[in-house]
Design a protein around this ligand. Structure first.
Ligand code: KG4
Ligand code: ZN
Length: 325
């Protein structure tokens, strides 16, 4: 079964064709990062206008790269939320038009669920239960997945998402946008020598990242951060310490067979390395290009929903604040 995936929840316009939920036949991403960089963050109105310009060429490129005809597709999967309403609307309406005109099943997909399914790309089957850490610009969720489509949220952030914290810390340190990659690059030349607080929230699987960001701001204001590189390395180490320790604690005792990482922050090299080093369980993490927003993960997720009979009608609508469970 070949599924066309469409993703427009934030600032990447993406389309991909995936076979049987695992084999990527094509994956196209038109990034808007340079357009938003001059504003220091994503401007929703600009993002939706840009999606309108890019979506048809991106879909055409994905179909051409895969070398498949519309008749060979089994369905069209599209992100319905969470995300920016105006951006989501572009993808959902194009998906509806294509499903109607080509007579194909329409499958609305949760973006967070899609991030988890990035782990199925290039991997056959994965035994359940697994503990998933989704760390993106808008979310930091720890999830117990007991089967396809079967999720229990163990914990989530009480304030900033991990990616959001990286973006804010980068701004504090005068680094560019997006902040995560900028911090990771800057940290390579520094030492994690500045003591920054870790919010352990004992007895809970929740996260909190606003305290570490504010602590960094106060130290920068007081002139107590010797270099941008040390500030970046110390901040990165503090956030990753919490993510690794709390993910391990959540996986322990829940009989998880594996730990799955996903979301933009999972492309961070130190997080990947530390999670593998400290985990007694096998850790799966998609290649960096499948951690950040893409449509292959949407198509993979759509395949498993379609197999379970989860199709949608043409009244499908966007849900900007959609939750996982
Ligand atoms: O999953 P994603 O591409 O989009 C959302 O669904 O939000 O995640 C984007 C987030 C941004 O906050 C970005 O700064 C962060 O992921 N990020 C990183 C890295 N690459 C992207 N954070 C830390 N290290 C990275 N290498
Ligand atoms: Zn995302």
């Amino acid at each position: 079964m070949k599924i066309l995936g469409i993703e427009t929840s934030c600032d990447e316009t993406a389309a991909a064709v995936v076979e049987d939920g695992t084999r990527i036949l094509s994956s196209q991403i038109a990034s808007q990062v340079e357009i938003h960089a001059r504003y220091g963050g994503v401007v929703p109105e600009v993002a939706s206008r840009q999606h309108l310009l890019s979506i048809i060429p991106v879909i055409e490129m994905a179909m051409a790269e895969a070398g498949v005809s519309w008749q060979e597709l089994s369905g069209i999967a599209v992100t319905v939320g969470p995300g920016l309403a105006g951006s989501l609307l572009v993808g959902v309406n194009v998906a509806k038009a294509l499903a109607l005109s080509q007579g194909l099943p329409l499958i609305g997909v949760n973006h967070l669920e899609a991030h988890i399914y990035a782990n199925w790309l290039g991997n056959g089957s994965i035994d359940f239960p697994v503990v998933c850490l989704i760390v993106s610009g808008g979310h930091s969720d720890l999830v117990l997945m007991s089967g396809h489509g079967d999720y229990a949220v163990l914990g989530r952030t009480r304030d900033d998402a991990a990616g959001e914290a990286f973006d804010k810390a980068a701004r504090i340190l005068g680094l560019g946008y997006p902040g995560g990659p900028a911090i990771e690059r800057a940290a390579r030349g520094g030492a994690a020598s500045i003591p920054l607080p870790r919010a352990w929230l004992k007895g809970s699987d929740d996260f909190s990242f606003s305290g570490v960001k504010t602590a960094l701001l106060r130290l920068v204001e007081a002139g107590e951060v010797p270099s941008v590189a040390d500030g970046a390395a110390s901040f990165q180490a503090a956030v990753i310490d919490v993510l690794v320790t709390k993910t391990m604690a959540a996986a322990r005792g829940r009989r998880a067979k594996k730990v799955l990482l996903s979301g933009g922050v999972a492309s961070n090299g130190l997080l990947r390395e530390q999670m593998v080093k400290h985990s007694p369980l096998p850790v799966l993490v998609p290649p960096p290009v499948l951690c950040t927003d893409n449509a292959a993960m949407v198509a993979a997720c759509g395949y498993y929903r379609l197999r379970a009979g989860g199709t949608d009608g043409l009244d499908l609508d966007v849900v900007p604040s959609l939750k996982l469970a």
